[in-house]
Design a protein around this ligand. Sequence first.
Ligand SMILES: C[S@@+](CC[C@H](N)C(=O)[O-])C[C@H]1O[C@@H](n2cnc3c(N)ncnc32)[C@H](O)[C@@H]1O
Length: 265
Amino acid sequence: MTEVEGARSFQVDGGAYNLFMGRYSKPLADRFAEAAGVRAGHSALDVGCGPGALTSVLVDRLGAESVVACDPSPSFVEACANRHPDVEVRAGRAEALPFDDDRFEVVLAQLVLHFVSEPLPAAREMGRVARPGSTVGACVWDFDRGMEMLRRFWDAALAMDPGAPDEARTMRFGRPGELVALFDSAGLQGTTETMLTVRSTCRDFDELWAGFRAGVGPAGSYCQSLPSRARDRLERRLHAEVGEPTGPFTLDAVARCAIGRTKGI
Ligand SMILES: C[S@@+](CC[C@H](N)C(=O)[O-])C[C@H]1O[C@@H](n2cnc3c(N)ncnc32)[C@H](O)[C@@H]1O
């Protein structure tokens, strides 16, 4: 799956997203805002906001009037705007942000840059709309072993189909130093990388499987693309991969987080 196809796989409604990735992006947003030092008085932009997990955290910390969000997916723009009627939510790609220069004190992209077709222009754009001396941050799942839900899914898929488009193989920025190198190339300064760990508990295996069946993101798209018998086999294989739970179970997820600054005046 290319990055453009990856981005298209988010043309789903906010409810489907929340069933799938929302269970992780909500707790991650808290950790990410903390790592970026978001404080009352800042104005902030959420790039690639999706249905608004990070937007919500920014609103809680800063107030709706100080938060702006954008996303290229019309259904996510609608979902985020419905959730936050007082927030300016715009349609827009990270590579061409629809905002003036030097507008925000904090510009953040949570779980977005690996889906962006042109990440360097996107990182430059994030710096352009941030004021001099301001914070620019991004986080992406550590795909090798850190995002257990996706890792178990792709291990199950690979066991049946060695050509399955494992995100650890197809996606960038989930390995040490990749986000820092991107930010350095975009002219951001003093970038540091940290790891953010979150966890989510599923009520039972059916809840986890329903998230994949919702067709969100590369994993959901792959799941939906399978003929029904292959999908049933994948379900059984995934059940084994997560330890054949008969009740609630918890999966951790680790994101790599880069925080840099724009040049001061
Ligand atoms: C995994 S979701 C993350 C959504 C949200 N930030 C969160 O943490 O829940 C990836 C998001 O990136 C968005 N996206 C894809 N391509 C993009 C681009 N070129 N510019 C900005 N956002 C993009 C998708 O529409 C989707 O909302």
